[in-house]
Design a protein around this ligand. Structure first.
Ligand SMILES: Nc1ncnc2c1ncn2[C@@H]1O[C@H](COP(=O)(O)OP(=O)(O)OP(=O)(O)O)[C@@H](O)[C@H]1O
Length: 296
C-alpha cells in the first residue's frame, strides 16, 4: 500500500534515518486507533540483500546489484506493507523505474532525501567497520554522479528532505503522505508498458530520434543541465558535457541504444514492471544512457 524511497550520498546517514522512520511508522500502525490496511514495515537495503559496498566500485558490478534490488522490491510490494527502499537510489532513471512499479501496484509513495555534506560522509565512512566502508575513490565518484531528487518531478514527490543537523525525521508528514496522499493510478504511460512488439519498436525509434534532435538543439558546448523538449508534453533534464557534441556521435549512441533494447523487445523480455516501452520511459532510459556515454 505504500512505498518509500530513501536517497542520499554514500554514508550520509540513510540507514540511520530509515530506522527512525521505521520506528515512527510502526508506532502509528500499532496505535489502536489505526484501523487501516497497513500491517508491517519492511526495509530493503544493500545490507539486507547482501550487496557489498564494493559493488559500487565499478558500473559493471553496479548494474546487477540494481537489478537484484529492483526484482526484490517488486516481489515485496504488498497492500499491507510499507516498503522502504534504503539504498543510494542516486540515478533518477532508477527512481523513475521504481515509481512506475509502485504506481502499477497502486501504492502511495514518497521520497526521503537524506542530506549530509561530502566532508561528513567521508568522516562517517572512516568510522565504519571495514566491510561497510566505501573506498575514497568510490565515495567521491558516487557523490559526483549523484542525481539530486526534485519535488518538481512526480517520481520524487512528495519529497521530504532531512538535513544532517536535524535530530529527527518528519514522521507524521511521511505517515500522512503514505496513508492519505494521492494514489497515482497507472496512467497511459504505465498501461502502455504492455505493448505489442511492433508498437514498442516504433516508439523506440521515434522517441530516440526526438531526443537526438532535442539534444542537438540544446547542445551549445557549455555543458551542464539543460531541458530537452522531447515532445510538446514531455520535457526532460539532461546533463551535457562541456564540449561540442556532434550529430553523428548522438546517432551512434542512438543506434547502440536501439540495438540493445530491440533485442529485449524481440526476446519478449516482459518481466512485470521491468520493461516499460512507453514514450516517457524510453526517453528517460535514453537520456540516462546518453549522460553515461557522453561523459565517458
Ligand atoms: N547524524 C550522525 N552523526 C554522527 N554519525 C552519524 C550520523 N548519521 C550516521 N552516522 C554514522 O555514519 C555511518 C553511516 O551511517 P549510515 O549507515 O546510516 O549511512 P548510509 O547512508 O545508510 O550508508 P550507506 O551509503 O553505506 O548505505 C554510521 O557509522 C553511522 O553511525
Amino acid at each position: 500500500m505504500a512505498f518509500i524511497t530513501i536517497s542520499g550520498f554514500p554514508s550520509s546517514g540513510k540507514s540511520t534515518r530509515t530506522h527512525q522512520i521505521k520506528a515512527h511508522l510502526e508506532a502509528k500502525i500499532k496505535n489502536p486507533e489505526y484501523s487501516g490496511p497497513l500491517k508491517q514495515v519492511i526495509v530493503l537495503s544493500d545490507d539486507s540483500l547482501g550487496i557489498s559496498r564494493t559493488a559500487y566500485d565499478d558500473s559493471r558490478a553496479e548494474k546487477p546489484a540494481r537489478g537484484t534490488l529492483f526484482t526484490t522490491l517488486q516481489r515485496q510490494m504488498n497492500t499491507d506493507t510499507v516498503l522502504i527502499v534504503d539504498s543510494l537510489n542516486y540515478i533518477k532513471g532508477f527512481r523513475y523505474q521504481m515509481y512506475c512499479a509502485a504506481r502499477e501496484m497502486k501504492l502511495r509513495m514518497c521520497t526521503v532525501y537524506v542530506v549530509a555534506t561530502p566532508e561528513l560522509c567521508h568522516q562517517w565512512n572512516l568510522t565504519r567497520p571495514d566491510e561497510q566502508r566505501y573506498s575514497d575513490k568510490t565515495l567521491n565518484g558516487l557523490i559526483m554522479r549523484y542525481e539530486e531528487p526534485s519535488s518538481m518531478v512526480r517520481w520524487d514527490s512528495p519529497l521530504f528532505t532531512v538535513l544532517w543537523t536535524e535530530d529527527g525525521v518528519p514522521g507524521d508528514q511521511i505517515w500522512d503522505a503514505i496513508t492519505e496522499g494521492n494514489v497515482k493510478p497507472p496512467n497511459a504511460s504505465t498501461l502502455q508498458s504492455i505493448k505489442a512488439p511492433s508498437d514498442a519498436l516504433h516508439c523506440l525509434e521515434q522517441t530516440t530520434t526526438s531526443v537526438v534532435s532535442a539534444a542537438m538543439t540544446e547542445s551549445q558546448g557549455f555543458g551542464g543541465p539543460v531541458t530537452l523538449s522531447v515532445t510538446p508534453s514531455l520535457q526532460l533534464q539532461i546533463n551535457l558535457p562541456s564540449r561540442n557534441i556532434t550529430l553523428s556521435e548522438l546517432q551512434r549512441y542512438k543506434r547502440q541504444f536501439i540495438t540493445i533494447h530491440k533485442k529485449a523487445i524481440t526476446l519478449g523480455s516482459t518481466e512485470k514492471g521491468a520493461v516499460d516501452w512507453s514514450e516517457e520511459s524510453v526517453a528517460h532510459k535514453f537520456v540516462t544512457f546518453l549522460e553515461e556515454h557522453l561523459k565517458a
